[in-house]
Ligand binder design. Sequence first.
Ligand code: PLP
Length: 393
Amino acid sequence: MRHPQTRAVHPPVTEPVGSSPMGVPLYQGHLFSFDAADDLAAAFHDPGETFFYARMGNPTVRSLERAVTELEGGAGALATASGMGAISTVLMGLLRSGDHVIAQSALYGGTFALFQDLAERWGVDVTFIPGDDPAEVPDALRPTTRLLYLETVANPTTHVTDLPAFTEAVRGTDVLTVVDNTFAPLLCAPIEHGVDVVVHSTTKYLSGHGDVIGGVAVFADGDVHKRVWSHSAELGAVADPFAAWLTVRGMATMPLRVARQSASALDIAGRLAAHPSVTRVHYPGLPDHPQHEVARRLLPDGCGGVLAFELTGGRDAGRTFSEAVRLIALGPSLGHVSTLVMHPASTSHRQMDAASLAAAGISEGTVRLSVGLEHPDDLWSDIDQALAKSAAG
Ligand SMILES: *Cc1c(COP(=O)(O)O)cnc(C)c1O
């Protein structure tokens, strides 16, 4: 018998025999051992096929990658430590200095900051376009253009980009289209519309319960996946197995959550639009939304849980409203089971100056709501009393 110290380091490992686990098992370990030296050597040689070190792959993380590959209809996926991890891994994996990117101006704040950094420190030129008309693309195109970067539904204005029309605008060039689909999982599958790379913050709808920070990139083409995967092994912003496990578990209920959140958001958007203190509601499901017709084509099953609105009282009223809610929580993020409220101009979009804010369609008083799973009548009671307080000043 070996000594207790030795046995403590080498406990027996139990694997199921004669039965299979229900659901995805959690392999939290970062390393795997081998019987044959040749097998370990082969794993180093062709990483990704055999698990040996978790920065290059882990079975739980791979289960998430396969689930999201199926969800988005891609050839493969790469799970990352956060949504920004996915976006920076993709952009840095596909771009080099001297390259040019065309990006829509209504962007997630962190992505906008990353593009500024890429321009200032890494020599990647970025042209921002409104994203309203595909004719903007040929005007911005240069011989050095490598990427077209879009968001299905943009934060917080809920601008909807006509993905089939924009991918058509770069057809026949070697420009790859990257789309952030964080706001519309299940509702839209951008690869079906000709998109090359889809990114998600799995922190939001995919995990869904506010207990994960994570991201994923899905690739229509296996070679693009390989290129970004090699960079990912260097950058190291890969998903932790436990976060991946929580995300796969959350995805089981995503169809129910997203359907309910979309239905409730449409209901709340309609009630807000009829309220005298509200000057404007941004929700693609409302007939007066600028891209309502695009949304009917691109998001036929619902427009997601996020909406924004503007109050007659401007910035002060927006801030008062966000503090006056009782059931709804004042906090960042979206896609949570709980309803959340935020004031973008002072928080998520604080990096933007007045001109960039205006270009992104955000005013000082814009309030964003991420509708959760509470009963819509309870949500409306809370919103109604907060609107009364914000109108009173
Ligand atoms: C939250 C979010 C991100 C960033 O994701 P993290 O997980 O916070 O890094 C990127 N894009 C959109 C649209 C988001 O909502």
